[in-house]
Design a protein around this ligand. Structure first.
Ligand code: SIN
Length: 531
């Protein structure tokens, strides 16, 4: 059979996929698949930075403590310890790969964000994600053992049974431009396909964040966990369009203050940490102030910060506001919450291994146990680097013992029937609206149940539009249908986990059960696919 044979397949070109590829390519050939251009990723839009203990006045114990506090009882201490203690090395590795972080007085400049007891956010002005992505992308592009396939979308993971053991042996990949379907056979596969927040109609994520990694892994039989914990960022620029412009928490770290329509700084009424309380608390406070006033947004006031400092530290935010007619140096910025990050994902061990042998996961699509019920700001870029590097070490160690995949078990998805029809765009938009309305910042059981019923109908609609499997002569259309299937599956996992957790904890707030229930729910919400 034609196609590609490689040592390692990497799916996704954000910080986790690129870091991982660079490490394993020292030992094996790598094929890196990304559905758009390699720079299109959630990482690229990260403004804040990477949390790490690099200041002598800070301590690992404090970073661990802050992470556990934010995680509301569900963080796994051993994973958090690993994350935090690997922080300084992760930053050093990024510098070695060519990332340039902001400095002050000859040292790394450190920002402050919500939930952190110290200034510990290593950043590159307010464009940290793109600084990291640019440097890693350059290193990957120049690496002779990494084959980069842009505009290639993974349609399904391939699983084969060897001596009674199921294992992942690669994936079916669609070349979106030529419409060719390629089997990519690999001894091991890394899923680093990014986030899922584009299942919401208001999100800080780009439209590509459709939960592909979680959906692919789940359909292949890997365990998924904690999908109910959707983080809403409290401050996206209003009006929050399809891809809302983020106003980084770092701005509050430098002194910006949330104000309601009376001009009052309201966060003191909700939490002693005021504007630097963990993100779940701030997002609910903003939501509550909007309800109280009947208005569509609140205000973020950065006018107390010296204009010169704003210019130097937040050029991209000032520019983004200016493009919408707001001069953030002179007037408050209209802001509204938007879906930002999914704490759950494909469950992994401390070395990135999923429950499906041969399949690893890292970055936002993974659930490593570090975020618990609420991710501490700027811990996600750190998590991506630390666990991608651990997964690389583990995979390199395992690789000599892994047999090459056979070609026999590969069933060409072309054998399935079906043709694409119109209506995909409408279905996608209905789904995103549904998630916003039924699975938002404040939830009720009745609304979540209604969401589950409607989602079931949407999944049926998808099947009647696309057939048993989407096929089309137009690769872009085929990719669109597959992406929508992933979104529907991920939305189903969110609803399933959310309905199971009959308590309020971290990012999951249900008015029917407004308190934590440690007796029943001090545990992860696993979804284990059944054959
Ligand atoms: C932000 O800059 O506010 C976002 C940082 C993050 O999501 O960790």
């Amino acid at each position: 059979m034609n196609g590609i044979d490689t040592g390692i397949l990497v799916i996704g070109s954000g910080i986790a996929g690129l870091t991982f590829a660079l490490r394993v390519a020292e030992h094996a050939d790598v094929v890196l698949v990304t559905k758009k251009a390699s720079l299109d990723s959630n990482t690229n839009y990260a403004q804040g930075g990477i949390a790490a203990v690099v200041d002598s006045a800070d301590s690992f114990a404090d970073h661990v403590h802050d992470t556990l506090q934010a995680g509301a009882g569900l963080c796994h201490l051993d994973r958090v310890d690993t994350l935090v203690q690997s922080g300084p090395q992760a930053v050093a590795d990024l510098v070695d790969w060519g990332v340039r972080f902001s400095e002050s007085g000859g040292r790394l400049a450190l920002g402050r964000e919500g939930g952190h007891s110290h200034a510990r956010i290593v950043h590159s002005q307010d464009k940290t994600g793109s600084a990291i992505e640019d440097a890693l992308d350059r290193a990957v592009t120049n690496h002779e053992r990494i084959q980069l396939l842009e505009d290639h979308m993974v349609l399904s993971l391939q699983v084969e049974c060897l001596d009674g053991l199921r294992r992942c042996v690669g994936a079916w990949v669609l070349d979106v431009k030529s419409n060719a379907l390629l089997p990519v056979r690999a001894r091991a596969t890394m899923l680093a396909a990014g986030g899922s927040a584009a299942i919401y109609c208001h999100t800080t994520n780009p439209a590509i964040a459709t939960g592909d990694g979680v959906a692919l892994a789940y359909r292949a039989g890997a365990t998924v966990a904690n999908m109910e914990f959707i983080q809403f960022h409290p401050t996206a620029l209003y009006p929050a369009e399809e891809h809302a412009f983020l106003i980084s928490e770092a701005l509050r770290g430098e002194g910006a203050v949330l104000r309601n329509w009376n001009g009052d700084a309201f966060m003191g009424a909700y939490d002693r940490r005021k504007d630097l309380a963990p993100r779940d608390i701030v997002a609910r406070a903003v939501h509550s102030e909007m309800r109280r006033s009947g208005k569509d947004h609140v205000w973020l006031d950065a006018t107390g910060i010296a204009a010169q400092h704003l210019d130097a530290r937040f050029p991209a935010i000032l520019e983004g506001c200016r493009a919408k007619g707001v001069d953030a140096r002179q007037e408050p910025i209209p802001v509204v919450p938007a879906a930002h990050y999914v704490c759950g994902g494909v469950w992994t061990d401390v070395d990135g291994r999923t429950s499906l042998p041969g399949l690893f996961a890292a970055g936002e699509c993974a659930c490593t146990g570090v975020h618990g019920a609420n991710r501490l700001a700027s811990n996600s870029l750190l998590e991506a680097v630390v666990f991608a590097e651990r997964a690389a070490s583990r995979m390199i160690w395992e690789l000599p013992f892994v047999p090459a995949p056979s070609s026999d078990s590969w069933t060409h998805p072309d054998d399935l029937s079906g043709s694409l029809a119109d209506g995909l765009a409408r279905l996608r938009s209905d789904l995103r609206q549904l998630m916003w309305e039924r699975l938002g910042i404040i939830r009720t059981v009745a609304e979540m149940r209604a969401g589950a019923v409607r989602l079931h109908e949407m999944r049926r609609d998808w099947s009647s539009l696309c057939g048993a499997a989407p096929r089309s002569k137009d690769g872009a259309r085929w990719a669109e249908a597959s992406e929508l299937l992933n979104m529907l599956d991920v939305a189903g996992l969110v609803i399933r986990c959310a309905l199971w957790r009959r308590e309020s904890r971290g990012l999951h707030y249900v008015t029917d059960f407004p308190y934590k229930d440690n007796e029943c729910f001090l545990r992860d919400s696993f979804v284990i696919p059944t054959d």
